[in-house]
Design a protein around this ligand. Structure first.
Ligand code: SAM
Length: 358
């Protein structure tokens, strides 16, 4: 990983946090002690067409960074494009459809957090920020715009980032599970990445070494398991079954779909202190009483409907499922999502923690 420019340090301020207990590896009930409130359901469920999700402002632009030709190598399976760098070990496509989906997730989280890009208290004039697994680079670009004092570096295995970016933002192709060269970093940010990593302890250790004393790490992660607080989702719910199977499939790739709920001990073991967590429940679909939560639920349902078809590719192949069996499993889950009387939600966890000052 390339080195970062020199940094002028700032001490981080404290902020409030929540206690958090770890969830089991394959949870069948809600994760213990998330800080999020129960989502109140509407007496009459909403309609998807209440909102227009065709706003293009979150779409990534075209263009690529200057990298060697081998990192562009792709393969096509079941009509989707996969990246082949590092032997294609990332089982999720990197095509336009997936990039649009990632940007919609960004829009959803901006709605959820009222535009909060991160919770780490790094002050107003950070000098160096890393965005690990930057994807389309949308988070890095917005952070670069908001903090002109900072050099923002987005790092990803796959070169899908735009060319035209703020002058303080750059993108690099690299593997975050290998050694890191940047030093004196104020903030290392991961979003929707922990689930993909094979060696989280090693990656957190790299982040720790790259941070300046007093610098912050932040991981914004989805727990890949649907939950329900009012009993409307049965044990045999097809959508829940799909995610249980997906969890087994991801494990075959050395990934844990539910790691988001269990990052606290990993952060502690890596040496971080002042570990904090903000947990949110995001409805899947338009069943919430609150209008903003209905919009967020529509975003969530839209991104999940696009995503679950990818389970029928590499993940379910890894479980030995036939293509037909895989497609039928996904189709049942897709149909189940149309039932707004089932109040499913996902847990999102925003973990942030500090490298000790001394
Ligand atoms: C789900 S996307 C998240 C994108 C972005 N963080 C966001 O929230 O918009 C995960 C990204 O991590 C990248 N990735 C996976 N493994 C990686 C690794 N070992 N090193 C660097 N990037 C990696 C993938 O290529 C993908 O772009």
């Amino acid at each position: 990983m390339p080195s970062s420019p020199p940094r002028h340090s700032r001490a981080g301020a404290r902020c409030e946090g929540d206690d958090h207990k770890p969830a089991s590896e394959a949870p069948t009930s809600p994760s213990p002690a998330p800080a999020a409130d129960v989502i109140e359901a509407a007496s009459q469920p909403g309609e998807d067409d209440e909102f227009d999700l065709t706003d293009q402002s979150f779409n990534a632009t075209d263009g690529l960074t200057s990298v060697t030709s081998s990192v562009y190598a792709c393969t096509y399976e079941c009509g989707r494009r996969y990246h082949t760098f590092k032997n294609g070990r990332y089982p999720i496509p990197n095509d336009d459809q997936e990039q649009d989906r990632e940007d919609m997730k960004h829009a959803m989280l901006m709605e959820l957090t009222d535009g909060t890009l991160f919770y780490s208290p790094i002050g107003d004039r950070p000098q160096s920020i890393l965005d690990i697994g930057t994807g389309t680079g949308i988070w890095a670009i917005e952070v670069g715009d908001k903090f002109p004092s900072a050099r923002v570096c987005g790092i990803d295995l796959t070169p899908i980032q735009p060319l035209w970016v703020p002058p303080n933002v750059e993108f690099l192709v690299d593997d975050c599970e290998q050694d890191w060269l940047p030093r004196d970093v104020d903030l290392v940010h991961f979003r929707f990445v922990a689930v993909i990593l094979k060696d989280i302890p090693g990656t957190l250790k790299h982040a720790y070494e790259s941070l300046r004393p007093g610098g912050w790490i932040e991981l914004q992660e989805l727990e890949g398991m649907p939950y329900c607080d009012d009993g409307s989702m049965g044990d045999d719910d097809p959508f829940r079954t799909l995610y249980q199977l997906a969890g087994q499939a991801y494990a075959k790739f050395g990934m844990s779909a539910t790691i988001a709920a269990r990052l606290e001990p990993l952060l502690r073991d890596a040496g971080f202190t002042d570990i904090r967590c903000k947990a949110f429940k995001i409805p899947i679909g338009v069943w919430a009483r609150d209008k903003t939560m209905r919009l967020i639920g529509l975003y969530q349902k839209t991104v999940v409907l696009e995503f679950i078809s990818t389970f029928a590719g590499r993940p379910f192949q890894a479980l030995g499922m036939s293509p037909t069996e895989a497609q039928v499993t996904v189709a049942h889950a897709r149909a189940a999502l149309g039932d707004t009387s089932v109040h499913r939600y996902f847990n999102y966890y925003f973990w942030y923690a500090q490298k000790p000052l001394s």
